[in-house]
Design a protein around this ligand. Structure first.
Ligand code: TXA
Ligand code: MG
Length: 310
């Protein structure tokens, strides 16, 4: 059952409580409805992918109450300062180098060393962020491959029964997703055109910005280079060979186990942390078979990329 909440004090307190408990809440932003979870809770973030039926792990945008909160998660620069001051709260997402001790689930960043941050302007989104008092991961609140939801009815048409609650606050004013600017390289880069015109961003920065190639705009998570451990990766392994470290799943145990009980949600939540930890040992990594259904499809998609020859 998906609870329908009103954008009043009671509904906002309830939404924050569901998020704190690791649940999923669809909430309005000025761009589109977002499917929100606690960005520090790997299991909650894994449930986002499960509810959306996403066949792969793309990094998610972390939503914050204000720029002060955002500073904890990204490494700030002069350009970040300028854009945050000019356009936050609003339909702008900044991709910054990931800060030390960020505390975010590695599933939010899909194992990248950068993070997408946004301070939404919608009063209900802001009220929930303030009540929750933490970082919220939120992709658009639609099933994978379907168009973004701009009303609570759209959300329910796609996700009813798959999420804990939706806060119904009418249609979204902007109606397209936020503009994404990458500030993790030398020149600011447009990663996705969106609700904030590029011209306004260029005027604020006093410079022209690069435009990323199509593949990057659509889905940085799809690129083979997106997450590549230094170590060689061997899939569908029943046991480790000499010199390998083993990533287990279920009854097929290893040096680390994605989920000893064979739970795919738990496995997704642990995936990037386990890969990073084993990669740090500097040995080839053998990975136990993962069932190819539900979240297992996204896990296998990521593992195949990690194992691809390069
Ligand atoms: O308006 C919006 O941005 C909406 C509302 C809910 O805030 N959210 C949204 O999220 O559109 P989503 O997950 O549908 O799109 C997030 C985009 C993806 O294209 C993802 O690849 C990109 O942000 N992204 C996230 N982290 C990134 C990173 N570290 N580097 C590059 N791109 C990143
Ligand atoms: Mg989307």
């Amino acid at each position: 059952m998906t609870e329908i909440l009103q954008p009043d004090a009671r509904g906002i307190a309830r939404a924050a409580a569901v998020l704190t408990a690791g649940g999923l809440v669809a909430l309005p932003t000025e761009t589109v409805y977002g499917l929100a979870a606690d960005a520090r809770n790997g299991t909650a973030v894994a449930r986002i992918y499960e509810a959306k039926g996403r066949p792969s792990f793309n990094p998610l945008i972390v939503h914050l109450a204000d720029a002060e909160h955002a500073r904890r998660y990204g490494v700030w620069s002069d350009n970040a300062e300028i854009l945050a001051a000019a356009f936050w709260p609003g339909p702008l997402t900044l991709v910054l180098p990931l800060a030390d001790n960020h505390g975010l689930s590695s599933l939010v960043t899909a194992g990248l060393d950068s993070v997408a941050l946004r301070v939404p302007a919608h009063p209900t989104a802001r009220a929930i962020l303030q009540a929750f008092d933490g970082p919220i991961a939120a992709p658009s609140a639609n099933p994978s491959g379907r168009i973004s939801a701009t009303t609570a009815a759209h959300v329910l048409a796609g996700l009813d029964g798959r999420i804990d609650a939706v806060v119904d606050d009418g249609p979204c004013a902007v109606g397209v997703e936020s503009t994404i600017i990458g500030l993790n390289h030398a020149t600011p880069t447009l990663l996705r055109a969106g609700g904030l015109p590029v011209e306004a961003i260029e005027a604020a920065l006093g410079m022209q910005i690069d435009v990323a190639d199509g593949a990057e705009i659509i889905a940085p998570g799809q690129m083979a280079s997106h997450y590549a451990p230094a170590a060689q990766v061997r899939l569908d392994a029943k046991t480790a060979l000499d010199g390998e470290v083993m990533l287990g799943f279920g009854a097929v145990d290893g040096d680390l186990n994605l989920s000893p009980s064979g739970d795919l949600t738990e496995a997704a939540a642990n995936l990037f942390d386990c890969l990073h930890a084993l990669d740090a040992l500097g040995k080839p990594i053998a990975v136990a078979p993962i069932p190819d259904h539900g979240l297992g499809r996204a896990i296998n998609d990521r593992l195949r990329r990690a194992a691809a020859p390069r």
